[in-house]
Design a protein around this ligand. Structure first.
Ligand code: SF4
Ligand code: SF4
Length: 178
């Protein structure tokens, strides 16, 4: 008898939920006619951004490539006359990318960034291999003012290496060699 009452209660609960939804306004979104605005931090299509002065941010350090869990980033580094490094070619295979965002986290120059653009489907899987010319944009993406060279390697007037308060003297790395 108790089991029958429990079953009836569950049944009534189920019908009550169905009944409640009968009078609700549907919230179906007619994609692609309506595209819901996505947050700026949504992780989809990747771009390579530029510094405020228009120079390529990527210095071909390979960090994004090393951290990528599915090994879908590859590139070749080179150096300009002013000793600034750059990638002669830069390739991302979006057929393998899992949009984890680790490349963006690892990038010291804020060059590689994920964008909310998720509409990158292709019938031909080879079209999902993007080259540098497909990735490089002419703006700074999420952080338009950031410039790696404004912060890295800058000499300050508060002393050299090992001269700051509570800072150890630099280690001679060759003294650590066996
Ligand atoms: S988002 Fe993740 S999987 Fe895609 S390229 Fe970056 S590190 Fe690799
Ligand atoms: S995108 Fe960033 S992490 Fe990747 S090679 Fe260029 S500078 Fe290094």
């Amino acid at each position: 008898m108790t089991e029958a009452i429990e079953a009836l209660k569950a049944l009534a609960g189920g019908f009550a939920t169905t009944f409640k939804h009968l009078f609700r306004k549907p919230i179906t979104e007619e994609y692609p006619e309506y595209k819901r605005p996505l947050p700026e931090r949504t992780r989809a299509r990747i771009i390579l951004t530029r510094d405020p002065d228009g120079k390529e941010r990527c210095v071909a350090c390979y960090l994004c490539s090393a951290v990528c869990p599915v090994s879908c980033i590859s590139m070749q580094s080179a150096q300009k006359e002013d000793e600034r490094r750059y990638a002669t070619w830069f390739r991302i295979n979006f057929a393998r990318c899992i949009y984890c965002g680790l490349c963006e986290e690892a990038c010291p120059t804020s060059a590689i960034q994920l964008t909310p653009n998720f509409e990158t489907c292709e019938k031909d899987i080879l079209k999902l291999v993007y080259e540098k010319e497909d990735l490089l944009v002419d703006h700074g993406g999420k952080d338009k003012e950031y410039c790696f060279y404004k912060y890295a390697g800058i000499v300050t007037d508060v002393g050299g290496k090992g001269e700051h308060i509570r800072e150890d003297k630099p280690v001679n790395v060759k003294s650590n060699m066996p």
